[in-house]
Design a protein. Structure first.
Lengths: 115, 113
């Protein structure tokens, strides 16, 4: 069990550019989550997948954001036309589907800075 | 809607002193509650969770939390602080039918010599 991994760990981009982040969950976990954490705040839910199906999206996930999990394994989060307000830590988590006892395991995060 | 509130954005204790980090919840149904720790530039690590099996929950690194329904609280404690405990701590609850975590705003713990 190598844990949840995320790539890259840091990304600096200019406003208006597109960026893509990758998350590799714990191998046997069928649920995958994306959260966003801004400075001084707790993580906020963005979206989650069960296997390859995206089952819920937060209102925080504007049209410029898209997430995929094509084969039910790794996931990508793309932000198009980045804005300075997108600067944040993007966290990925995974879990087994055990109803309300879902225990989510987090990756180290990708810190995005938009200049 | 289910939510959690963390009282005190910064807590400072001396090494060896009691650590008490406060979390209150708001829920119309029995909540599932979690405490996570986050070290600088890292993701969140689960410390402990309450799933209604027992009101006193023991976690990793000597931390424990007690679920008190009468006070709608789930405070995190550790009898003796260590320098390595300095980090940010988040209380969270499962919402959306158990599909997502909702976190408090976090408490930064500082441990002084």
């Amino acid at each position: 069990d190598t844990g949840v991994s995320q790539d890259p760990r840091h990304k600096i981009t200019k406003r208006g550019q597109n960026v893509t982040f990758r998350c590799d969950p714990i191998s046997e976990h069928n649920r995958l989550y994306w959260y966003r954490q801004t400075l001084g705040q707790g993580p906020e839910f963005l979206t989650y997948f069960q296997n390859e199906a995206q089952l819920e999206k937060s209102r925080l996930l504007s049209d410029r954001f898209s997430a995929e999990r094509p084969k039910g394994s790794f996931s990508t989060l793309e932000i198009q036309r980045t804005e300075q307000g997108d600067s944040a830590m993007y966290l990925c988590a995974s879990s087994l589907d055990r109803g309300r006892e879902n225990e989510q395991y987090f990756g180290p995060g990708t810190r995005l800075t938009v200049t | 809607a289910q939510s959690v509130t963390q009282l005190g954005s910064h807590v400072s204790v001396s090494e060896g002193a009691l650590v008490l980090l406060r979390c209150n919840y708001s829920s119309s149904v029995p909540p599932y509650l979690f405490w996570y720790v986050q070290y600088p530039n890292q993701g969140l690590q689960l410390l402990l969770k309450y799933t209604s099996a027992a009101t006193l929950v023991k976690g990793i690194n000597g931390f424990e939390a007690e679920f008190k329904k009468s006070e709608t609280s789930f405070h995190l404690t550790k009898p003796s602080a260590h320098m390595s405990d300095a980090a940010e701590y988040f209380c969270g609850t499962l919402t959306g039918g158990g599909n997502k975590l909702t976190f408090g705003t976090g408490t930064q713990l500082k441990v002084e010599l």
